[in-house]
Design a protein around this ligand. Structure first.
Ligand code: HEM
Length: 215
């Protein structure tokens, strides 16, 4: 088993599995955050649910592990690919929509990581460990939207969401191919689903940041 994961195929498979897990997380996270458009009561109820639901609490360390494993394996893959001639993961599945993205997964990935560090410090840390700070702003809703008062943060967030969309544009279909879910028969459908998903994530998160900054 450990031999499998130290092989090139095994590493790519592991990348794909953790990637698909993160694809699911992003969808749930987007839906939870879109309740911001429903106003304070809607978001505070969603936030309370996410903060107290036992299944979500159990999943949080799994999520952290998923992120760490995906990032660590991505860096290892990149280093190994640079050592040998570039293989498989970055090149095989390139198509017209994701050519640049497929060649630059490590670049977009590391930038998303930088955003993630900032984001965890912004929201996760105060929500979990510094609740006085959140309460000082009012409710969870007030605290979350207050971050977008800053034009700089709004710009950083939107740039990160665009990079995330690019990363997903290649990552989504690549992970389905690697895990064997993408059968030739459904190729076109899966490519379209990947494009739609990536746009939804980038536009959905950006809409939140831009709306609460400008409106
Ligand atoms: C407008 C966009 C976003 C908003 C308003 C937002 C808001 C939040 C909030 C309020 C939390 C704390 C939740 C809690 O601890 O109860 C959180 C946590 C988190 N966010 Fe975001 N988020 C956004 C985009 C993203 C994106 C694009 C990613 C991934 C690339 C992401 C990854 C995470 C992670 C990993 C956590 C910690 C785990 C968790 O609490 O679920 N977020 N976010």
């Amino acid at each position: 088993m450990s031999g499998y994961f130290s092989s090139s195929v095994g590493r790519k498979f592991f990348m794909a599995l953790t990637g698909l897990f993160l694809v699911l997380f992003l969808l749930v996270h987007l839906v939870a955050n879109l309740t911001l458009f429903g106003g304070a009561d809607a978001f505070n109820a969603a936030s309370h649910f996410m903060g107290t639901n036992p299944l979500i609490q159990v999943m949080q360390p799994v999520l952290a592990l998923g992120f760490i494993a995906h990032i660590a394996m991505g860096i290892i893959l990149e280093l190994k690919n640079n050592e040998a001639r570039p293989i498989g993961y970055a090149k095989n599945n390139a198509n017209a929509n994701s050519k640049w993205a497929s060649r630059n997964m490590i670049v977009t990935g590391l930038m998303i990581l930088a955003f993630l560090v900032l984001h965890i410090i912004h929201y996760f840390v105060p929500f979990k460990f510094n609740t006085e700070l959140v309460e000082a702003a009012g409710t969870h809703y007030d605290f979350v939207i207050a971050r977008f008062d800053s034009l700089l943060y709004t710009i950083i967030y939107v740039i990160a969401f665009i990079l995330l969309g690019m990363h997903l544009m290649h990552g989504f279909q690549s992970s389905l191919t690697t895990t064997g879910i993408r059968h030739e028969k459904y190729k076109k459908c899966i490519v379209q689903l990947g494009v739609a998903y990536s746009i939804l994530i980038a536009v959905g998160f950006s809409a939140i940041a831009l709306w609460f900054h400008f409106v």
